[in-house]
Design a protein around this ligand. Structure first.
Ligand code: ZN
Length: 138
């Protein structure tokens, strides 16, 4: 299947850009990875007890040491689920679930589309998350 290699523009919203590419290209199942830097970052930690995402913001420039994500179907549309590891000026690492509001300084993205049935997300009572249905995707 296809492999897309892209550079995101400075100032773009990282999550929205990845989401738009995947929807425009109608990629239903796949893998995303990227490296680069952010000028502002918003990530989240899922608190299992409260079942809420706790937001963490970085207003300084950070390295995108690693960005990894997957593509599946949620509510009928291609959906990206992305986690990032960010590095600060001391090389310290922070990470979490990527949210909207993260601004690209520079970003090189590789998206791989897979063959096979799309993975479909549905609400999972035991975690409070939209997870893959286990009977598809083989
Ligand atoms: Zn996540």
């Amino acid at each position: 299947m296809r492999t897309l290699i892209l550079r995101l523009p400075t100032g773009a919203d990282l999550y929205d850009s990845l989401s738009k590419i995947v929807r425009d290209e109608n990629i239903k199942i796949g893998h995303i990875n990227a490296i680069g830097a952010t000028s502002h970052a918003v990530i989240a930690y899922y608190d299992q007890a409260s079942r809420k995402y706790l937001t963490i913001e970085f207003s300084d420039g950070m390295e995108i040491v690693s960005l990894i994500g997957n593509i599946s179907i949620r509510e009928g549309n291609p959906f990206v689920h992305v986690h990032v590891t960010l590095g600060d000026s001391q090389g310290r690492l922070f990470g979490g679930h990527l949210l909207q509001g993260t601004k690209v300084f520079a970003c090189e993205v590789l998206i791989q589309e897979f063959e096979g049935n799309p993975l479909v997300r549905e609400y999972d009572e035991s975690t409070g998350l939209y997870l893959w249905k286990t009977d598809v995707g083989q």
